[in-house]
Design a protein around this ligand. Structure first.
Ligand code: ATP
Length: 264
């Protein structure tokens, strides 16, 4: 659905920044509804900046990481997808479709635990059709060692073998790794601490990643376990991050040439 503000400002769909503006407004609406924390706006801006320098598209390296991620989630014993405010504001419907296809719970995990936020995010996910939501009952929670932020409180994540963390902060990724969890990160910044700590780093915008994961899951559900394991074993995260950085350098070099054609 097109946010009211975009309609009112009559930004045409042909506008080169239409998609970016649409998701900005989702984040702003999310902040007004308490789904997104104020700091979530800044995190989104940081993401937009990195999206710009990867060409605002799902690159080959992201596609390779997505395949490894889906194969890992399909072969995991107790996988879980962590959800924060930005994720709930940007892709609630797609996230629920993915979690149902993979038969994986969603766990709400927030850095800023302002009163009422868990309730509204639960509503957003339920409205999108989610039935298996973790992280909403304080009595079920345990704490991750060595973490001071509110994100230390976990529910199913404590028992999980594989945790997918879209838009995560580095401290918690490190804490999850110390607990020997396999971590799948979705992060537009290929050199964030999260990106470097994760086992599988998908450097792409969550708005494109989740739909791509849905399609990959549909295909991979037809594969044999051995084939999925082969995909996982052939994946090299360090090499993939290196290639992503090379791709950014190439893109910037080309953009520099294009920019100077205009500046001449
Ligand atoms: P770290 O602690 O891992 O070094 P950070 O301090 O940048 O990273 P945060 O600000 O907590 O972490 O998280 C925001 C991260 O999420 C940033 O790396 C940003 O690029 C990324 N991000 C923001 N929006 C999106 C998005 N739509 N899709 C994917 N990644 C995003």
């Amino acid at each position: 659905m097109v946010p009211k503000e975009i309609k009112n400002q009559s930004v045409p769909q042909s506008h080169p920044r239409y998609s970016s503006l649409k998701y900005r407004h989702k984040i702003i609406e999310g902040m007004k509804n308490l789904v997104v924390a104020e700091a979530g706006l800044i995190a989104h801006g940081r993401g937009e900046c990195f999206d710009y320098i990867i060409g605002e598209k799902t690159n080959e390296t992201a596609k390779i990481a997505i395949k490894a991620a889906v194969a890992t989630l399909l072969t995991a014993k107790k996988p879980v997808i962590s959800v924060n405010g930005n994720v709930a504001a940007l892709v609630p419907d797609e996230l629920v479709i993915l979690s149902k296809l993979l038969n994986i719970p969603l766990e709400i995990n927030l850095f800023y635990a302002k009163e009422g936020r868990i309730k509204v995010i639960t509503e957003v996910l339920k409205n999108a059709g989610a039935s298996d939501i973790k992280g909403i009952n304080e009595d079920m929670m345990t704490e991750l060692n060595g973490l001071e932020s509110n994100r230390r409180k976990v529910d199913f994540i404590a028992k999980a073998d594989v945790v997918m963390v879209p838009l995560e902060d580095g401290d918690r990724t490190e804490a999850l790794k110390r607990l020997n969890k396999t971590v799948i990160a979705i992060d537009l910044n290929p050199i964030s601490r999260t990106a470097l700590w994760a086992d599988i780093t998908i450097v792409d915008n969550i708005i494109r990643v989740i739909p791509e994961m849905i399609e990959t899951t549909k295909q991979f559900k037809k594969l044999h376990t051995n084939e999925l394991i082969e995909i996982i074993n052939n994946f090299d995260n360090k090499l993939n991050i290196q290639k992503t950085l090379d791709l950014i350098i190439d893109y910037i070099t080309k953009q520099k040439e294009e920019a100077f054609k205009i500046l001449e």
